[in-house]
Write a new protein. Structure first.
Length: 69
């Protein structure tokens, strides 16, 4: 799941001196219950996780076609 595995793998790579690239279309997550009992939709959680990666840990591209050569 993007909010767990992909996020923390990107962070770990960054901590080792790498600048990882994540292909967004290859990731996914699920809706989660928020602390207030509401449900956080998967799309919102996915966007937040990918945004946090781009904020510091790496680069996010939408599709595999956008990977630099």
């Amino acid at each position: 799941m993007t909010h767990m595995c992909v996020n923390y793998t990107s962070q770990g790579a960054f901590n080792l001196g790498y600048r990882p690239t994540v292909v967004a279309e290859t990731t996914a997550t699920r809706a989660l219950a928020a602390p207030d009992g509401t449900v956080l939709p998967a799309a919102a959680l996915q966007a937040a996780a990918l945004t946090s990666i781009t904020d510091l840990f790496g680069i996010v591209v939408a599709t595999v076609d956008e990977l630099p050569e």
